[in-house]
Design a protein around this ligand. Structure first.
Ligand code: PLP
Length: 451
């Protein structure tokens, strides 16, 4: 009886629901989830899965937290909506809390998604330069392999060719440089030398492109969805130095790395840098409600102050800074603090990394394992000598076999054809010791069965 019900739900889903970024294959119906608790999801057939991706790298405090539901309920009863042309109490309190977490002095602009937050950053930085007497600064530089969102500006900044293919032409004025992919560095270079070289290439790009035209650089503290590419600290510190040298603003995209994901409150806090703009979403509410933020240094905001016509930032969205979303974010951060989840992320991530690391020596297809906090990437290669990526079928089978064993893992975004070979883990920061052990044991088993 249950089965019949499930079938009809699958049919209804296939008839009416257009899924995100997924091929439509009737024989491969989507998983229909009905419940989440801790790190675990239950589907309509009653199967349980440990979600080692926290959804899309976002359910940082885990599923099923009643306190967050209560915070949303209470706020909705009290005040369900207020446009951010004015203000409300949760928005004010959250802005203060975010500044505390950022250890900085930023103005907080609310939106709905990570893409929105980056779009806001691009628009306001172009406007800032105009109002700061440098109207020629309009270009943004980002990295190949990075993902910054789905809207025309954020997608233009994205460096994953397959995500843009068929949607071009996109916004103009977006340039890309190579990321520090240390695993694939030339054999005769140390990681540090290679990272310095990549930073110098960025400087060279600024010069070639006419330095007075560059408005900003956007980068994640590490490239996450593009393959878990963790820079040497010297890279980020040099990037900041270059930005300051050429009057270019540094936007750090913390959409994934923020809110404890990397074992610090924000990913950029691993480095000696102070970004001009920080964008954030996902872990801000642990994805219980949509909310994002563009945090902008006060010096930049100064140029938007005053009653003079056309000075203000002419940007609005209906839902950004929704009172219940802000209340949920506040409760989410309160729980992270109470349960010490940032420190736990560092500790649990280290456990995963240390437990999985031996596979890089023993398994013929595990070329590299890298991680920082609760983000792990396992680069799968057909040959360790050539570092040629494994086939999409191979990595697809690993993901499928993990799922059969009750474990959801991910892979890197569509960089270019054939370069989709990095298994990713981004479990809830609240994972128990048993959860972590299960992730390790399933991955070891599945990889041992596939080589
Ligand atoms: N920036 C990064 C680094 C992301 O990973 C994402 C989404 O995965 C975005 C921006 C876009 O966020 P959203 O999907 O909320 O628009």
């Amino acid at each position: 009886m249950e089965k019949i019900k499930t079938m009809s739900l699958v049919e209804k889903d296939q008839k009416n629901v257009w899924h995100h970024i997924s091929p439509y294959v009737e024989e491969k119906p989507a998983m229909i989830a009905v419940k989440g608790e801790g790190a675990w999801l239950t589907d309509y057939d009653g199967n349980k899965y440990l979600d080692a991706m926290s959804g899309l790298w976002c359910v940082n405090i885990g599923y099923g937290r009643e306190e967050l539901a209560k915070a949303a309920y209470e706020q909705m009863k009290e005040l369900c909506y207020m446009p951010m042309t004015q203000s409300h109490v949760p928005a004010i309190e959250l802005a203060e809390k975010i500044n505390e977490w950022l250890e900085g002095d930023y103005m907080i602009f609310y939106s709905n998604s990570g893409s929105d937050a980056n779009e806001v950053a691009f628009k306001l930085i172009r406007q800032y330069h105009q109002q700061n007497g440098e109207p020629n600064r309009y270009k943004f530089i980002s990295r190949h392999r990075a993902y910054h969102g789905n809207s025309m500006g954020a997608l233009s900044a994205t460096g994953q060719a397959l995500r843009k293919y068929k949607y071009e032409p996109l916004a103009s004025g977006f340039l890309h440089v190579s990321p520090p992919d240390s695993y694939r560095r030339p054999e005769n270079m140390t990681v540090e030398e290679f990272n310095i070289m990549r930073a110098e290439e960025l400087e060279q790009k600024i010069i070639w492109e006419q330095k007075e035209t560059i408005a900003g650089i956007i980068m994640e503290p590490l490239i996450t969805g593009g393959g878990v590419l963790i820079p040497h600290p010297v890279y980020m510190e040099k990037v900041q130095e270059i930005c300051q040298k050429y009057g270019v603003l540094l936007i750090i995209d913390e959409v994934i790395c923020g809110f404890g994901r990397t074992g610090k409150k924000f990913g950029h806090q691993h480095f000696q840098i102070k970004p001009d703009v920080v964008t954030m979403a996902k872990g801000l509410t642990s994805a219980y409600l949509p909310l994002s933020v563009t945090a902008v240094k006060k010096e930049i905001f100064e140029k938007f102050k005053g009653s003079e016509e056309n000075l203000h930032f002419r940007h609005i969205n209906t839902f950004g800074g929704n009172p219940s979303a802000c209340a949920v974010a506040l409760k989410n951060l309160e729980i992270m603090e109470k349960e010490n989840l940032v420190a736990k992320s560092a500790e649990s991530g280290e456990f995963l990394l240390q437990s999985l690391q031996p596979l890089a020596k023993t398994h013929p297809n595990v070329g590299d394992i890298r991680g920082i906090g609760m983000i792990i990437g396992m680069e799968l290669v057909a040959s360790k000598q050539t570092k040629k990526p494994v086939s999409p079928d191979f990595i697809g089978k690993i993901i499928q076999n993990c799922k059969q064993e009750g474990l959801i893992v991910g892979k890197n975004g569509d960089t270019v054809d054939g370069f989709n070979n990095i298994l990713t883990l981004s479990p809830p920061l609240s994972c128990t010791k048993e959860d972590l052990e299960l992730i390790v044991s399933v991955l070891k088993k599945v990889l041992a069965e596939n080589q």
